[in-house]
Design a protein around this ligand. Structure first.
Ligand SMILES: *Cc1c(COP(=O)(O)O)cnc(C)c1O
Length: 427
């Protein structure tokens, strides 16, 4: 038996499902999850000593590759000064200044420890600021696991949302309306029906939690206009796409200013750090200035801030995002060509260092379209690649990530492996 299997059996005795976050369990692709021992650059190694090219990058944070020497050094330098103080530090000012500089719609920012906390806190702030309860989210967008956000559409557009998780009271879900991504007509209909009740609209401006789906510019512009018109707070959840699709995030790519932005993943450089921020007049409603309560024992943790700050400094290197986007495009173009040669229906897309692979003929634009992909084929492809030493996300409904450590040799090796994998699917 492989060491991964031994560990998985042991893990399941004391950890529900053997994992601390569900997608790690390989439930949708089947097989045994790989237990990771160490990582470096574009690679990680499992408990059996097998090496993989890593295309999840901890689900986004590892944009510089694993164990980047300068990030390692920054962390090592602060470690001996203490792990956590529960009192403010200068480094927290530095990371706040850096975030406000890189994302100009953010005038003030509050650090938290996870993306879930960032979105939950931003929504409470939006509700406190507007004195309204109702929020709008979009099908296929994930904003962490706060109760108000684990909601799916009701039976009709204007009916109450339903919980997607056991344990979420219907009384909470009913304040959330779920609309179709990229559907401007539905959005207009919702605003016409109850615009003056809407506290906030939250959206992934480049969606990465149903696989990669780009918002259309018309859709994001309509969101901006309707929110301004009705006094609702527009929240861009850039936990995944922030510092990933461009240095200034999706809001830079689309040229749209949200009222609040949620950040995570890259801003912690692999450590638990996230943030939310935006308009100063809205942020002034947060405790201790205002009446919206929000707090955290480990918020702005010095070790996490050191890793995040160094990461934010390194991604400002000239040409960083051009190179990252070029390597990511090279990957998806190579995979698309390999699939075409094997006559496997396939398409792919990328934006910055984020990519989507779809087992269907054209690039999807909504959750409903994503559902039409051939998951059986995806699962076979995933396992063939895994055998060949390439680790893609273990689900057809997740985006992939390239880091600056993914050089030409790494991308070429991936495309070579994919030729074999696609050929085995066609056979
Ligand atoms: C990952 C993610 C979250 C949740 O962040 P956690 O740190 O896992 O709590 C929220 N929103 C988006 C868009 C994400 O990708």
């Amino acid at each position: 038996m492989s060491k991964n299997q031994v560990l998985f059996e042991r893990a399941q005795r004391t950890i529900p499902g053997g994992v601390n976050s569900p997608v790690r369990a390989f439930r949708s692709v089947g097989g045994t999850p790989r237990f990771i021992e160490r990582a470096e650059g574009a690679y990680f190694w499992d408990a059996d000593g097998k090496r993989y090219i890593d295309y999840i990058g901890s689900w986004g944070p590892m944009i510089l590759g694993h164990v980047h020497p300068e990030v390692l050094d920054a962390v090592q330098r602060v470690l001996a000064n203490g792990f956590s103080f529960g009192a403010p530090t200068e480094a927290e000012i530095e990371i706040a200044e850096e975030i406000c500089k890189l994302v100009p719609s953010i005038e003030q920012v509050r650090m938290v420890s996870s993306g879930t906390e960032a979105t939950m806190s931003a929504l409470r702030l939006a509700r406190g600021f507007t004195n309204r309860s109702r929020i709008i989210k979009f099908e296929g967008c994930y904003h962490g696991h706060a109760d108000s956000l684990l909601v799916k559409a009701g039976s009709g557009l204007l009916t109450f949302g339903n919980p997607t998780s056991a344990g979420v009271p219907a009384d909470i879900a009913k304040h959330t309306t779920v609309l179709e991504y990229n559907n401007v007509e539905q959005l207009d209909e919702a605003f016409r029906a109850f615009g003056s009740e809407i506290a906030s609209v939250i959206v992934e401006p480049v969606a990465g939690n149903m696989n990669l789906v780009r918002a259309t510019p018309e859709f994001l512009n309509a969101l901006r206009e309707r929110c301004s018109e009705y006094g609702a707070v527009l929240i861009f959840d850039e936990v995944m796409c922030g510092f990933r699709v461009a240095l200034g995030g999706a809001q830079e790519v689309y040229g749209i200013k949200p009222d609040l932005t949620c950040l995570g993943k890259v801003i912690g450089g692999g450590m638990p750090a996230a943030a939310f921020g935006g308009r100063r007049d809205i942020m002034a409603h947060l405790a201790p200035l205002g009446g919206v309560y929000q707090a955290g024992t480990l918020s702005g943790n010095p070790i996490a801030v050191a890793a995040g700050l160094k990461t934010l400094q390194l991604i400002q290197r000239r040409g960083f995002y051009d190179d990252l986007a070029k390597q990511t495009r090279k990957l998806v173009d190579g995979l698309t060509a390999a699939a075409r040669d094997a006559k496997v229906p396939f398409s792919a897309d990328s934006i910055g260092g984020m990519f989507g692979l779809y087992f269907m003929d054209s690039v999807p634009g909504s959750f409903a379209q994503i559902q039409q992909g051939d998951t059986r084929r995806f699962n076979a492809f995933f396992h063939a690649m895994l055998d060949a030493g390439v680790y893609f996300a273990p689900s057809a409904f997740e985006a992939g990530f390239v880091s600056s450590a993914h050089d030409d040799a790494v991308i070429d090796a991936t495309i070579d492996a994919a030729r074999g994998a696609f050929a085995s699917l066609a056979a």
